[in-house]
Design a protein around this ligand. Structure first.
Ligand SMILES: [Zn+2]
Ligand SMILES: [Zn+2]
Length: 134
């Protein structure tokens, strides 16, 4: 499905093609820290299907537990998180943060990853299959 999004201040706008069935919750500690909340919800888009319409996200490169370098794209003005992708070019897949997508109501998580670090007060969401790690 086609989705439209942008950061809170409006400096960045984008559109993308996503498969809603690939929407995932991530409970990893990096997602908790980078989102400054309990977990993050992501949906992938192929680089060829991701189009920046306005602005240029700033990128912070983090080293994942696998050693992979991941670029975290966000708005340098308002801080909204837009995506994560491989730090190297060319890029193949962008993991879009669903909170900045207008159609997020339709992006219902189909799985949970890194459940082992989920916060204890969260429900189990038994309808959403969970993997202990990534
Ligand atoms: Zn912004
Ligand atoms: Zn994560």
């Amino acid at each position: 499905m086609k989705v439209h999004g942008g950061c809170h201040c409006g400096a960045i706008r984008f559109e993308a093609e996503v498969d809603p069935d690939k929407t995932m919750m991530c409970h990893c500690t990096d997602c908790q820290a980078l989102s400054s909340t309990a977990f993050r919800v992501n949906v992938p888009t192929a680089a060829a299907d991701f189009r920046l319409l306005r602005g240029t996200p700033k990128e912070y490169v983090k080293i994942g537990s696998s050693g992979a370098r991941r670029a975290q794209g966000f708005c340098a003005d308002c801080g909204s998180q837009i995506y994560a992708t491989g730090a190297e070019h060319p890029r193949e897949v962008y993991m879009l943060r669903t909170g900045v997508i207008e159609e997020r109501q339709l992006l219902i998580p189909k799985g949970q990853i890194w459940r082992q670090s989920a916060l204890g007060w969260l429900g189990d969401w038994p309808g959403i299959p969970a993997k202990p790690q990534g």
